[in-house]
Design a protein around this ligand. Structure first.
Ligand SMILES: [Zn+2]
Length: 246
């Protein structure tokens, strides 16, 4: 899809499905724009050119909505292809609070939905609320700010998906996205993801990059020319390594 068409798609979905005040939407755009820069700075040399375009399109095409499932359902009908990402969970607090995002691709243009933190907060179960309050306290934040940060993290997670080709096996895509989200946030914002989540992913990630070098990143971002190497990397991941992790 041409750049302007992709932008128009994002704008029209935003008009219908956005639940975010313009200021919050604007902040999210800024965050994702900055982060797209980090992703490309660190991994751009391993990316297929069209994946860079698709990742960039995801910035404008990220919509904050009241009900991520409803929005995704409503819009998915119109999508020729989709890659529903129900399992957004990059950090322990995020996973525990079940704050979700989705990633879809129609034609060549991505549409990512994020659950609005404001509308999610009153819907947390008492247990989730308790967890959120304790996580927030640990980081010296209000629960509201903590939810905003988590929504930002979900936006970053879905943005990374947009840089990975659609034909990547789903569990590989999810594993890589979770690990890169943690790595990139830690590197560029100095945040401190909880060890319990980052450890199993990091160990496997380090093993793969040690074994395959930069070919691992090229396989992930679609720029690896040798299909046999790509097959080996993804087969390793699928058969042996991802069990119980994603
Ligand atoms: Zn995901």
């Amino acid at each position: 899809m041409e750049g302007q068409d992709a932008r128009d798609l994002g704008d029209s979905v935003r008009l219908e499905a956005s639940a975010a005040p313009p200021a919050v939407d604007q902040k999210m755009q800024e965050l994702l724009g900055e982060f797209a820069g980090f992703i490309e700075q660190d991994y751009g040399s391993f990316m297929r050119a069209d994946m860079k375009t698709q990742g960039r399109q995801a910035i404008n095409n990220t919509i904050i909505t009241d009900d991520v499932f409803e929005a995704d359902d409503a819009w998915r009908i119109d999508f020729a292809e989709n890659n529903l990402d129900l399992a957004t969970a990059l950090s322990a607090p995020l996973r525990r609070s079940k704050l979700l995002g989705t990633h879809n691709v129609t034609g060549d243009a991505p549409i990512n939905f994020l659950q609005s933190s404001e509308s999610k907060l009153p819907r947390l179960t008492p247990k989730q609320k308790e967890q959120l309050e304790s996580d927030a306290k640990e980081k010296n934040m209000s629960p509201e700010d903590m939810m905003m940060v988590m929504m930002g993290e979900a936006g970053i997670h879905e943005l990374i998906h947009a840089y990975i080709p659609q034909d990547t096996p789903h569990d590989v895509n999810e594993f890589v996205t979770r690990e890169l989200t943690v790595r990139l946030i830690t590197k560029h914002y100095g945040s401190d993801p909880t060890e319990e989540v980052s450890t199993p992913y990091s160990t496997l990630f380090n093993k793969l990059t040690a074994k395959y070098g930069n070919d691992f990143y090229r396989a992930v971002f679609g720029a690896l020319r040798n299909p046999l190497t790509k097959f080996r990397i993804f087969r390793d991941l699928n058969e042996n390594e991802l069990k119980g992790l994603v």
